[in-house]
Design a protein around this ligand. Structure first.
Ligand code: TNX
Length: 501
């Protein structure tokens, strides 16, 4: 109703609400049916939740407040234009992380068996709001397209790995990274916390690891480390977004940062190697791999391994500890792996290792992370995380010739399409993980450029089943995320062939 100058009331002609286009959801849900009808979000909203829906209702409240509408929340069943229903008995139909979202004339109903499922339903809704919401309060009314979505992931493991060891990325960056992963429904963050060039986690029983090893880095890289308090802070931040942290202490190779901090864990004089390597306590700033190792005949190293794994297990809420195990030859390698695996289990955790560890008689619960696909496990039916370097090593170039990238696995780089092209019928594969090694990734902007948008392709191959995926169609949906990625200030690589808007 509008008042005219003369004071007489005029009735505004009702305006047909324009139908919003079908939102470009990533990852593509298992089932969507879009209606040719709109739901206009009213000025006043009520959210009602059941079960453990409180956290989800808070995420929704935050989203709606940014849309500039008012919202009240109630812990009760049948009320409100936004309903959130958590009900464990839905697991049979929706799975552990699945959800059902329906948008009708009456409002929005979100159902899931778990908090994770509800969180993902809200991430889906988020992608239906205009991209500016990522940056600022919206000024105009939000109109949703009516729909029925039933969704659940193909794989339980949808991860990324950040190498914070070669070059350090701290709490602020890692929290932003968690936010971005969560938006695309990823749920595992693997931190490569130690390597030849640096040690990045406080270990109270071995303080020189961070006093000495924490100050080292690859050439021109950043040094630093996470205190245990910061690690726990990051972990809680991630868990609130359904992301579990997996700490990796890489052993018995890739261990020079520990050796420079505690030279008694060495037997070798590295000056005898060709080319010459650093010798403790000098730092190693170069790029070569496969040269350093613990003194495997010295029993003291197992005290170290026990203490470090013990402290990591104590501060880690997730069920896994990653022991590395890559790129090292030693007659005592298998013996080491078996011992380290059993130490992890002593602390109530499950071991993960790079695929080489499966040359040893490891426990059948161990999870192997496949990166070159050359090792045939000696233990049957080992669960596997797919991180094949030709598809998921995002330290490789986005496009042939990109500077500051590794190229040993694929000379022309790992394209968006390479990442997207994953398909597996191996029943032991539990999911995928996209990794960025940081020998040449020296700033936040560079790390953004390596992860995004290829990590979005990794998110989709982890969530959406192979039959539903089509690369050309994905590129079109991805382009529609350009505005959102820009609103989030992500320095993403503008992949040619994608219309970024
Ligand atoms: C191999 S793959 C490594 C890392 C390097 C990376 C560089 C694997 C388990 N180890 O130590 O950083 O290549 O791309």
């Amino acid at each position: 109703m509008v008042l005219s100058c003369g004071g007489t009331e005029q009735v505004e002609a009702p305006q047909a609400t324009a139908l919003p286009e079908e939102p470009a959801l990533i990852p593509l849900p298992a089932q969507v049916s879009w209606e040719s009808k709109a739901y206009v979000i009213p000025q006043q909203n009520t959210i009602c939740y059941t079960g453990e829906g409180k956290e989800a209702s808070q995420w929704l409240e935050a989203l709606l407040s940014k849309a500039g509408v008012t919202v009240a929340t109630q812990a009760s069943g049948d009320c409100g234009n936004w309903k959130i229903e958590q009900d464990a008995s839905l697991e049979g139909t929706l799975g552990e992380e699945g959800y059902q979202l329906s948008i009708t004339d009456d409002g929005v109903l979100l159902k899931a068996a778990s908090q994770a499922g509800l969180f993902y339903g809200i991430q889906t809704l988020r992608q239906m709001f205009p991209p500016e919401i990522e940056k600022q309060q919206l000024e105009s009314q939000v109109v949703l397209r009516q729909a029925l979505i039933e969704d659940q992931p193909e794989f339980a493991w949808r991860g990324t790995m950040v190498d914070v060891a070669r070059s350090f990325f701290g709490l602020d960056y890692l929290k932003r990274h968690v936010d971005r992963m969560a938006m695309y429904k990823m749920n595992r963050l693997h931190l490569h916390l130690s390597d030849d060039q640096g040690w990045r986690i406080e270990i109270k029983g071995w303080p020189k690891l961070t006093e000495v090893g924490g100050k080292a880095s690859v050439r021109r890289g950043r040094a630093g480390f996470l205190t245990q308090e910061e690690y726990k802070d990051l972990q809680d931040y991630a868990l609130a977004r359904n992301i579990i942290i997996i700490p990796e202490i890489d052993m018995p190779g890739h261990i020079y940062a520990a050796l420079m901090s505690y030279p008694e864990l060495n037997c070798d004089d590295y000056t005898n190697l060709t080319p010459k390597r650093a010798t403790p306590p000098e730092m190693f700033q170069d790029y070569n791999v496969g040269w350093s190792k613990f003194c495997l005949e010295n029993p003291e190293i197992y005290e170290f391994v026990n203490d470090v794994i013990g402290e990591m297990a104590e501060i880690t809420k997730g069920p896994w500890i990653h022991i590395g195990g890559d790129e090292i030859e030693d007659p005592r390698y298998k013996e080491f792996v078996v011992k380290a695996d059993s130490i992890v289990q002593t602390y109530g955790k499950t071991t993960i290792g790079w695929e080489e560890v499966t040359k040893a008689e490891v426990s059948s619960s161990l999870i192997s992370q496949r990166w070159h696909g050359k090792v045939e496990s000696v233990v049957k039916d080992i669960k596997t995380i797919h991180s094949l370097c030709s598809q998921l090593y995002l330290d490789h170039a986005n496009i042939p010739g990109q500077e500051n990238t590794n190229n040993w696995c694929k000379k022309d780089g790992v394209s968006l399409e390479d990442t997207y092209s994953f398909n597996s019928d191996d029943p032991n594969v539990i999911g995928v993980e996209a990794a960025v090694w940081s020998e040449f990734v020296l700033s936040d902007e560079m790390l953004d450029n390596r992860f995004w948008p290829r990590a979005i392709a990794a998110a989709e191959i982890g969530w959406t089943s192979g039959e539903k995926r089509n690369y050309d169609e994905f590129k079109q949906r991805l382009g529609k995320h350009g505005d959102r990625l820009r609103a989030l200030d992500i320095n993403f690589y503008r992949t040619p062939g994608v219309d970024w808007g």
